[in-house]
Design a protein around this ligand. Structure first.
Ligand code: GLA
Length: 404
């Protein structure tokens, strides 16, 4: 007996926002000034391209992190997390710095500190917040960006900054969140996750050009085609993923230096064999091959989506997975099995999504194959005595915003 596949509950945003408002009131004996939310994401394609100035194509998930917050006059950041009740956060704004506070508070404090640094208008004062989240943690679905982005939305509005109201302001909020993660939480993430959390639109994937930060909304409505996008959280632990991520990023920077460009994106249109031959360090070649070929795959997927040919993107997803597995070497056995089983039981295409070394895979499949594929993956994991995977269906959802 392997039991039935586990499905993450489909969240009711308004009910969850009311719940976190109640939690705030219980902890602080006063109502919150507002509740803000930002979603997790899956990246359709364009992996490990963001920090190379490349292209990526995320969608926002229906699952969000919620922040109920008010200003305070003590110049402190005070935050509680429903998921981490034993780790309350209290820090003077002036004490926030690299690695301070550590842990989940770094994402919250990073957003606030970098917003203070970036805003020359109204002052960002002390903040009191309660955080609650539906984004699965450790699943490669960007729960950390959902946290920093929901916080930056709350902090900005409470400081009288209306940056969330237009595209240019949102782009600034993305940069603030990225800096908060890089400099305070000290995670060298590349910008994909924060852009997805703050710039996606429902029914669309976000084509993100990480060289000039330009955006395009690309139609992505799987249901019109009788399809679904299944997310398979392999629940494989990504031990060492932080070090491996930093190592890949450093290797790409080294390759760019050898090729005398700032970002690998700049060689994306050159003949690939010529570029690879110019690299003396042979072990850098497969990494560059992944980055360059992945950027081309993003362009091909967008062309198909713009032409209304969504069901045809499957082979490009498959090719992306192979490239991440064999050339970039960021997959994991659980991801490879999830992808393989999904494909052999009816998916049109499947790939790992996010940073890798564990986390989630996505599969594009006919709606009526969802049960068969999820059951087959569940059983394949049980046969190997792996932790059971968990599933959700990704509907392209709205980005971060004030809920109440
Ligand atoms: C993680 C990082 C992103 C991006 C992806 C890989 O999710 O946070 O910036 O680099 O990995 O595409």
């Amino acid at each position: 007996m392997t039991g039935a596949p586990y499905w993450y509950p489909v969240p009711d945003v308004d009910a969850r926002a009311a719940q976190v408002a109640d939690s705030f009131e219980q902890v602080h004996s006063a109502p919150a000034a507002g509740v803000w939310a930002a979603p997790g994401r899956v990246n359709l394609i364009g992996e490990h391209t963001d920090y190379n100035g490349g292209l990526c194509l995320p969608i926002a998930l229906p699952h969000s992190t919620f922040v109920a917050a008010s200003s305070n006059s003590s110049n402190e950041l005070v935050a509680h997390s429903v998921q981490r009740p034993d780790e309350p956060l209290r820090i003077a704004l002036n004490d926030i710095g690299p690695g301070r506070p550590a842990g989940w508070g770094g994402y919250v404090a990073g957003a606030v500190a970098m917003l203070r640094a970036a805003s020359d208008g109204p002052r960002v004062a002390g903040l009191t917040a309660v955080v609650d989240s539906d984004v699965p943690v450790g699943a490669g679905l960007s729960s950390s960006a959902a946290l920093s982005c929901s916080m930056v939305l709350a902090a900005a509005e409470l400081a009288g900054l209306n940056w969330a109201d237009d595209d240019a302001g949102r782009a600034r909020l993305v940069q603030v969140s990225v800096r908060g993660e890089n400099e305070i939480a000290q995670v060298p993430s590349g910008g994909l996750d924060q852009a997805a959390a703050l710039q996606c639109e429902p029914g669309h994937a976000l084509l993100l050009d990480c060289a000039d930060h330009s955006l395009a909304q690309v139609p992505f409505d799987v249901r019109v085609h009788g399809l679904a996008l299944l997310v398979i959280d392999t629940r494989a632990e990504h031990t060492h993923s932080g070090n491996e991520y930093a190592a890949r990023r450093a290797a790409c920077e080294e390759a760019a230096r050898e090729l005398r460009v700032t970002f690998l994106r700049e060689v994306a249109d050159d003949p690939l064999e010529q570029t690879l031959a110019a690299l003396d360090e042979r072990e850098l070649r497969p990494l560059v091959r992944h980055v360059v070929s992945e950027i081309a795959r993003v362009q091909q997927v967008c062309e198909l989506l713009d032409a209304g040919r969504l069901p045809e993107i499957g082979p490009l997803m498959d090719a992306s997975h192979v490239s991440l597995r064999d050339d970039y070497r960021v997959s994991a056995p659980q991801l490879d099995v999830a992808v393989e089983v999904a494909r052999t039981t009816g998916a049109l295409g499947a790939r790992m999504t996010g940073g890798g070394f564990g986390g989630s895979a996505i599969a594009l499949l006919p709606l009526d194959a969802v049960d068969a594929v999820s059951e087959a993956v569940h059983e394949a994991f049980a046969r190997r005595h792996w932790t059971s995977p968990a599933f959700l269906l990704a509907e392209p959802s709205p980005s971060g915003r004030r809920i109440r």
